[in-house]
Design a protein around this ligand. Structure first.
Ligand SMILES: Nc1nc2c(ncn2[C@@H]2O[C@H](COP(=O)(O)OP(=O)(O)OP(=O)(O)O)[C@@H](O)[C@H]2O)c(=O)[nH]1
Length: 498
């Protein structure tokens, strides 16, 4: 795990965008990654792959202002006190996630959070900067029938932390900000019902209030509300556990509420949807940002590969980059991610494409291995939200894709739509989702497909991991392993831990 530590909070990047760092913390299997993926791609990942810590970047375009969001999705280890403190020093905002179906996890989160507040958030000698603004999120709201954590419990935790409280479903893509109705008997009520992505806008708003205080904040300019400087003080002091939380009715983040309601109004009218864009993880990559519409799902058409893109793929024959239109030389884009591979691809494109994907290179066996490994595969798709590049393979029709390319239509990617570009044997692939903020590999052979997530820190790491996976797929196929599960035309092979 590599976590970059920075002491300064949100800053203006050189490109002029405000950037904030968000850490997502919570017990195991509560849906942290699913929420992040939902934010980045507007899709839901169903299969569970245990997380290692992962950083990804997104760009939230909220009411005309582009905010860069640097998200640290943590594993269960992130719940350890020392790790949390570490993250807290790094982050501008913290999203505490629990599952409404997991009482034990909720209690664990609550205890940990309270310990942190006790340790860092109180008293004059305590360093309040160590406790960034928080948002408490109860996920898996779609599983109401097996709810174990009441809204009241979540709300009380948020009250103790002086943070805002949302219930959400990464699966269904909604989120509700939960508040107590003033002067009522104390029951919680959802005050807004919006898209899951507004959780992240909510976190941005909390940071906005806590750290920026910009007079020209989008909230103030768009929502006819007072500027954040008139709201509350940046860093709040915490009352600590057990202290009276009578002021629950006072929104802990007025700006956040305005933001949420502003967004809600907009999403209701559908007049203007927020747009979220994904940025390439690698700063050097000159890949245009792709907007992911936050419009309702019904308004989104299913993804299709345009003719224009198809032409591109034909031109390059070996490479298909749906996220990058009209790119004269795909090799040069790859070159930015992996100069070595880029050179090879360019070279091979200039040579006889049909015979060899790669020229001989004694210094690097990878490409030779790859063409060897991949022969016999009908297709392989290596997708990545941020890293939009990958591998070329002869005979196999390997496609590189970015989740964002289909995410801009906010629906699932269709594998079928790629079959027409496959070379070799005929494939009948079932349509299925492929998505996630992580690089994602889909291999298909003889109508069988195998998909799994690929861990990658960088483009070259992605390529290396993709290679390993392709190799394992080939081996597994050859061995006819009994671990394979086959249903219909989908073959699931055990995911190799990288
Ligand atoms: N029903 C339902 N399932 C969800 C939801 N969000 C996540 N899941 C499922 O919960 C499981 C765990 O999701 P992850 O996103 O991997 O959880 P995580 O908190 O990142 O897990 P760790 O990596 O162990 O920290 C997966 O099988 C998801 O499909 C949700 O909103 N509703």
């Amino acid at each position: 795990m590599h976590v970059e530590l920075q002491t300064n909070r949100s800053v203006l990047t050189t490109s002029g965008y405000r950037e904030f760092k968000l850490v997502v913390v919570g017990p195991r299997k509560v849906g942290k990654s699913a929420l992040v993926v939902r934010f980045l791609t507007k899709r839901f990942i169903n299969e569970y792959v245990e997380n290692t810590d992962m950083t990804c970047k997104g760009v939230a375009d909220v009411d005309g202002e582009t905010l860069r969001v640097n998200i640290q999705d943590t594993s269960e280890k992130g719940m350890r006190l020392n790790m949390i403190e570490h993250y807290f020093r790094w982050a501008d905002a913290v999203m505490l996630v629990y599952s409404i179906t997991d009482l034990k996890g909720f209690e664990q989160l609550r205890d940990t959070a309270m310990k942190i507040i006790e340790k860092n958030g109180e008293g004059e000698d305590k360093d309040l900067r160590r406790v960034p603004p928080m948002v408490v999120v109860g996920n898996k709201g779609d599983l109401e029938f097996v709810r174990k954590v009441t809204q009241q419990q979540g709300y009380e935790l948020a009250g103790k932390l002086r943070s805002d409280f949302f219930e959400t479903s990464a699966r269904e893509g909604w989120s509700k900000m939960i508040n107590r109705v003033p002067n009522s008997s104390g029951t919680c009520t959802p005050t807004s019902d919006t898209d899951t992505i507004h959780l992240f806008a909510g976190a941005a708003a909390a940071v906005s209030m806590a750290s920026f205080g910009y007079p020209s904040s989008p909230v103030s300019s768009r929502c006819s509300t007072p500027p954040p400087t008139q709201v509350r003080l940046p860093r709040r002091s915490f009352s600590g556990p057990g202290k009276d939380t009578d002021d629950f009715n006072v929104p802990s983040s007025t700006t956040l509420q305005r933001w949420a309601s502003c967004n809600q109004a907009k999403s209701k009218s559908h007049s203007r949807s927020n747009s979220f864009a994904m940025a390439a993880s690698n700063k050097n990559v000159n890949i245009p940002l792709l907007n992911i519409s936050a419009a309702p799902r019904s308004a989104c058409s299913s993804p299709a590969i345009s003719e224009e893109e198809g032409d591109d793929s034909k031109r390059s024959e070996l490479l298909f980059l749906p996220g990058v239109k009209k790119t004269p030389r795909h090799g040069s884009i790859i070159g930015k991610l992996s100069p070595r591979l880029g050179r090879k691809i360019n070279k091979s494109n200039n040579n006889d494409r049909s015979q060899k994907a790669y020229p001989r290179d004694n210094n690097n066996n990878k490409n030779k291995q790859l063409s060897h490994i991949a022969s016999g595969l009908s297709a392989a798709i290596l997708t990545s939200a941020g890293l939009s590049e990958t591998i070329c393979v002869p005979n196999a029709g390997i496609f590189s894709s970015s989740c964002s390319s289909s995410a801009n239509t906010s629906s699932s990617g269709s594998v079928e739509s790629l079959t027409s570009y496959g070379q070799g044997s005929e494939m009948k692939l079932q349509e299925q989702n492929f998505g996630g903020s992580e690089p994602f590999l889909h291999l298909c052979r003889d109508g069988l497909s195998h998909r799994s997530r690929v861990r990658a820190r960088s483009p070259s790491h992605l390529i290396a991991n993709g290679l390993k996976r392709i190799r394992s797929f080939k081996n597994d196929q050859g061995r006819n392993s009994t671990n394979h599960k086959q249903s219909g035309n989908t073959l699931t092979v055990p995911v190799m831990r990288l």
